[in-house]
Design a protein around this ligand. Structure first.
Ligand SMILES: *[C@@H]1O[C@H](CO)[C@@H](O)[C@H](O)[C@H]1NC(C)=O
Ligand SMILES: *[C@@H]1O[C@H](CO)[C@@H](O)[C@H](O)[C@H]1NC(C)=O
Length: 251
């Protein structure tokens, strides 16, 4: 009888030792509950006057981390006064906010528990463009995620008929209020690019660009011409088409 108990205890003891050895050499993987912030590598692009979301998520290596009870800080990196939005003790706390952001920033309160600490910015201005950081100072003071915001401005081009020149007619196209500097192109009704005349660019006190260009056109089958203004960085294109009366071209 004693022997059988001995065998049983020895067996249990061996299992215990094996478990301990396994636990030491193969620790159970556990989540990192402090979490890290993640932004977005591609820039966020929007137009003046629009509302925009700057994405940022608090997550560990397994899942998102509840941010309701944390402090959430949004800053603009290229300014000396940096505070864009601050949240702590479960509410917004914007005493030190940059004045130009007043009333235009918010967090998605119902999303915080899912680790979504994205910032909503309304009525975007050209001066909002730049690099933002989001961080959770209550967890780790120095760790930040960065998000680039590009802000563009556009307007519809306007075509006018300047008058005859040589055996054609000069058309002028103008488009103001752009940002960044756009490119102007003239097209015929087949979409072929016309050799353009002089194009001048002006920049106003707000930093917005006006482009003006001329083209001398010859009579075509339908006398339709298009002025296209585009800006690749903000993925914007505006076109105006004009149908030139035949007698204008032939006169
Ligand atoms: C998660 O992070 C913790 C702490 O950094 C680490 O110990 C653990 O191994 C990680 N888990 C996984 C599944 O990568
Ligand atoms: C965060 O919340 C906003 C607003 O509801 C949403 O548009 C966005 O997709 C969310 N981000 C993530 C990563 O869930």
């Amino acid at each position: 009888m004693e022997d059988r108990w001995n065998v049983l205890f020895q067996g249990l003891f061996r299992m215990l030792v094996i478990c301990l050895v396994l636990a030491i050499f193969f620790p159970v993987y556990e989540a990192d509950f402090t979490g890290k912030v993640f932004g977005q590598t591609e820039p966020v692009v929007c137009l003046v006057g629009e509302d925009v979301i700057l994405p940022c998520t608090l997550r560990n290596n397994v899942s998102t981390v509840n941010a309701v009870k944390e402090a959430v800080e949004w800053q603009k990196m290229d300014l000396t006064q940096k505070d864009v939005h601050f949240y702590t003790d479960s509410r917004d706390s914007n005493m030190d906010q940059i004045p130009s952001y007043r009333g235009r920033t918010s967090l998605f309160k119902e999303e915080l528990r899912k680790g979504n600490i994205s910032l909503k910015l309304t009525s975007v201005k050209l001066s909002d463009a730049g690099e933002y950081s989001c961080s959770v100072p209550s967890l780790h003071r120095n760790e930040k995620a960065f998000i680039q915001l590009k802000v563009g401005a556009v307007s519809q081009p306007v075509i006018s008929i300047m008058g005859p020149k040589d055996d054609g007619v000069v058309l002028k196209c103008e488009s103001g209020g752009w940002y960044p500097e756009p490119k102007m192109t003239w097209l015929d009704s087949d979409g072929s690019i016309l050799p353009d005349g002089p194009i001048e660019t002006q920049i106003d006190s707000e930093g917005r660009y006006t482009v003006r260009g001329e083209v001398t056109i010859q009579k075509t089958d339908n006398n339709k011409f298009t002025c296209r203004v585009n800006q690749l960085q903000i993925n914007q294109m505006k076109e105006t088409e004009m149908n030139i009366p035949g007698d204008v071209v032939t006169s």
